[in-house]
Every structure is written in structure tokens, then in C-alpha cells.
Design a binder for this molecule. Structure first.
Ligand code: SF4
Length: 455
């Protein structure tokens, strides 16, 4: 990489790290929470603006320097798996000794409730590219890819790459690959197949992507937000990254908030803030429950304000069997039955099967039907019996994690809303309805639970 003249820039403080330089008119009352906006049509920051915000792109890293920094920074992947990034890097480095490797930034953003990856790539593609090419340089990668669903984000990345070429940067070549808008398109093996010009469908593989990914070569694959954090850590250091609220996860996070809120959109939050703090900035109202992490995440049952004091950090959420996942908080209002909402999501996920494995093709519709019976109080006992019978036939039997994600959603609903399910059994749920309009499903994906319950 050229153009390495160092420019002294103060490291960002507070929450606005990745979204530094984005429209600053979106004020919040909490310095640990930055509102990045609710529109997906943001303007791309030019290379000059990017360098003015963060300083020039540092160069000259060695593997051991980067590995140490990432270990100290304790950066975890931002796609939901929570895996320490330095371990992923080490796995590829070890496997790569003779073979050569590839680097992939995954911006498939399969979770319909998420806007973080598309907004990040539309607005700040240079920060993602910085992290990507720095890692490619350290590993001497054969190639680097950005896999992206959003068309405007695709254009923004291409414009950013053009700017870098015109500026004379000699860095790893980055190829942009389109991701289809399906739920399974973001799975690791789907990404690899698409990059190899195949269908974006999961493939059963006993080898990890870190060992045999793109073209059978070791591949470092992580969410696009992870690479943006890398771009910051390698500029400002691991100690800066860890600074802030001690005892919690490192750095900041991008979070998409939707549902029963007056200010939906993308937030950047420091580690250690409470879920209630984020919802306050999003102007949440009539909060009945929160879907934490996305459709493969879990439910927080909100009985009173104390439930919202839960710290938004993976260690704390883990104690409640929740996870930050894909950085999603979906707020459900008191006018909605959470069991019906969950059943609608499960029905949607059942339809999103890639249709390749028997347990998934046959098992997920059965799970959806059984769950719809419970949600609509049509035959709760039968639904519970059917769920108990079908789940063991599906769990861990698919070619990918899709069916297990659906089962996790069902289990989380049962664990969070046991009292509500008892009401359903007694036919006393006051808000369940067969023509329920989901708050957390995409508008074009509103299912028909009544049909599902009668299958
Ligand atoms: S488990 Fe389902 S989604 Fe995954 S590969 Fe098999 S059919 Fe496709």
C-alpha cells in the first residue's frame, strides 16, 4: 500500500467511532449512544473526508503485531458468532503457510431487521476497505472480496475503490460480489459458493472455511462491521479500543432498532450501556418485549423497567441466554401478542429454507404449524406435543445452521413467555388474532398464521 504519510488525528471518543463524520445533527442525550440516522439513503464519505476523520491509512504491519493488537483489543466478529477475531486470523495464518488465502467481508445482511451493514457500506466504505486490505496485506492474501446485498452499497464501494486507485494506492485488489436477498445467503458456505460463481446456498462441509473456503483455500470471512473495527484498531491501538467502560465487551457496536419506537434506525453504542438506555434514545413506547439479536436471537420479556436495565453486552446478555447477534433490537408493543409475533417469524423462517435437506424441508413447516396452533390458541396441547416430537428430528440434522436457528427462536419464546402460553391454553390471550399484522417482519413477508395452524 502506498500513501502512508502519517497524519496525527485524535482517536474518536464516546460512542461515535465508526459513525464519526456521519450527519451530526442526529443528537442524543447520552454520549455513549450515537444516532446514525434512519434513512438508508446516506451520502458516501469521500476518501478526503475519510482521511480527515480518521487520518491516513497506516501500513507496515506484521502478523504478530496485528495478532497481538487484536488479542488485546478483544475484537469479536460482528456477524453474530461472537468468535474472537484474533483466533480466526490465527486459524487462517496456520492453514495458509503454503497455500495462500482469501479474505471476505460479509455484507449479505440477511436479517430483515438489520440496516447496519448497508448503511455502513453506503456511508463509510473506506473504513471497511481499510480493514480488509490491511489484513490482506498482513496475510499476503491472493484476493479480497466484499459480499454485499444492497445495490447502493455496491455502488458506494465501487466508487470508493475507484478513488483509491486514482489516488495511486497499491493495495490488495478488492472484488465486489452481489448477494441475493435471501435469509440463507449470508451463511458462510453460501458466501463461498456465490464468490465461486455458484448459487448462494449453504453447502454441507466438514472443513471450516478458515481451512478450506474460497477455491478450497484458507479463507478469513467476517462481517463488514468487523473490518471497520479493524480499520480503527490498527490506527488507534488496542488500548484505545478497550478504553471506556471497563468490565464490558470492547469497543462500540452498530445496532438497528425497530418496532414500537418513534426514532427507529441505526445507533452506535459504547459497550456497557443498558438496553433501556438505547430504547430511550429510540423513543420506544408501550414496550411489551424486545427481540434481541435478530430472528436467530432471543426474546426479552419486559414486565417492568427493571428488565430494561440489562446491559447490552454479550457476557451479561449470555446470563439470560440472549446474545447481541446481528446487532438488532426489535421492540414489540403491548398491543401485540409476543407468542403470535414469534410464530409469524418462525413461519417466515420456515419459508426461507434453501430446500436442500429433508429435516429442513419437512421439519420446519411442521414446527411452524405446531407453533401457530399454540400462538392462535387453536389447539395448544396438540401444538406442544407436535413440537416435542418434531424438534429432535430436525435439530443438528440440517446441512447448515438454519433449522437450529429456528428451533432456538421457538425455545426462546417458550422460555420467555411461559405465562402467556398458559393464557393461550386457557383461551384467555386478549390480543392474539389470526389476522395479526407483524411489527417485526418485512412488509412483503406478512404470513398467514391461520393457514399455518390448519396445515
Ligand atoms: S438445513 Fe435447510 S437451509 Fe440449511 S442447507 Fe439444508 S435445506 Fe438449506
Amino acid at each position: 500500500m502506498t500513501d502512508s504519510t502519517s497524519t496525527s488525528i485524535m482517536a474518536p471518543s464516546g460512542a461515535r467511532r465508526i459513525t464519526l463524520g456521519w450527519d451530526a445533527n442526529w443528537k442524543t442525550s447520552n454520549p455513549e449512544i450515537a444516532f446514525a440516522g434512519h434513512s438508508q439513503s446516506r451520502t458516501r464519505l469521500s476518501l478526503a473526508e475519510h482521511i480527515s476523520n480518521y487520518g491516513r491509512i497506516p501500513t507496515g504491519f506484521t502478523y504478530s503485531l496485528v495478532s497481538d493488537s487484536l488479542r488485546v483489543a478483544n475484537l469479536t466478529g460482528r456477524g453474530g458468532a461472537k468468535f474472537p477475531f484474533y483466533k480466526k486470523l490465527a486459524a487462517v495464518y496456520e492453514a495458509d503457510r503454503k497455500k495462500g488465502c482469501y479474505i471476505v467481508a460479509n455484507g449479505a445482511e440477511s436479517e430483515p431487521l438489520s440496516i447496519k451493514d448497508s448503511m455502513l457500506l453506503r456511508t463509510n466504505p473506506h473504513l471497511v476497505i481499510d480493514g480488509l486490505v490491511m489484513i490482506a496485506e498482513v496475510l499476503g492474501a491472493k484476493g479480497a472480496y466484499i459480499y454485499v446485498k444492497d445495490k447502493e452499497a455496491h455502488s458506494a464501494i465501487n466508487a470508493a475503490l475507484r478513488e483509491r486507485r486514482e489516488r495511486g494506492f497499491t493495495e490488495a485488489k478488492v472484488t465486489v460480489v452481489d448477494a441475493p436477498a435471501t435469509y440463507v445467503a449470508g451463511q458462510e458456505t453460501s458466501v463461498i459458493r456465490r464468490i465461486e460463481k455458484g448459487p448462494a446456498l449453504p453447502k454441507f462441509s466438514i472443513e471450516r472455511v478458515a481451512v478450506a473456503g474460497v477455491k478450497g483455500q484458507p479463507t478469513l470471512l467476517s462481517n463488514v462491521e468487523t473490518f471497520a473495527h479493524l480499520g480503527l484498531i490498527l490506527r488507534f491501538g488496542a488500548d484505545w479500543y478497550r478504553s471506556g467502560r471497563s468490565g464490558f465487551d470492547s469497543g462500540s457496536r452498530l445496532v438497528t432498532v425497530s418496532g414500537s419506537v418513534d426514532r427507529p434506525g441505526l445507533y452506535e453504542v459504547s459497550s456497557g450501556v443498558a438496553i433501556g438506555d438505547i430504547l430511550r434514545e429510540a423513543k420506544a413506547h408501550s414496550v411489551r418485549a424486545v427481540l434481541v439479536g435478530g430472528y436467530f436471537g432471543g426474546w426479552l420479556n419486559v414486565r417492568d423497567e427493571n428488565d430494561l436495565k440489562l446491559i447490552y453486552d454479550d457476557s451479561t446478555l449470555g446470563e439470560k441466554k440472549l446474545s447481541i447477534g446481528a446487532g438488532i433490537l426489535g421492540v414489540l408493543s403491548k398491543e401485540t401478542c409476543p407468542v403470535v409475533e414469534a410464530a409469524s417469524i418462525v413461519d417466515y423462517l420456515a419459508e426461507q429454507s434453501a430446500g436442500q435437506c429433508g429435516p429442513c424441508i419437512h421439519g420446519l413447516p411442521e414446527i411452524s404449524t405446531a407453533f401457530a396452533r399454540i400462538a392462535l390458541s387453536s389447539n395448544v396441547d396438540r401444538g406442544i406435543t407436535e413440537l416435542k416430537a418434531v424438534i429432535p428430528l430436525v435439530e443438528r440434522r440440517g446441512g447448515c445452521q438454519h433449522p437450529d436457528g429456528v428451533i432456538a427462536h421457538v425455545r426462546s419464546t417458550v422460555a420467555a413467555f411461559g405465562e402467556e402460553i398458559k393464557l393461550h391454553k386457557a383461551g384467555k390471550c386478549s390480543v392474539a388474532s389470526s389476522n395479526h399484522q407483524s411489527m417485526l417482519l418485512p412488509k412483503n413477508a406478512q404470513g398467514n398464521l391461520a393457514a399455518a395452524s390448519g396445515r
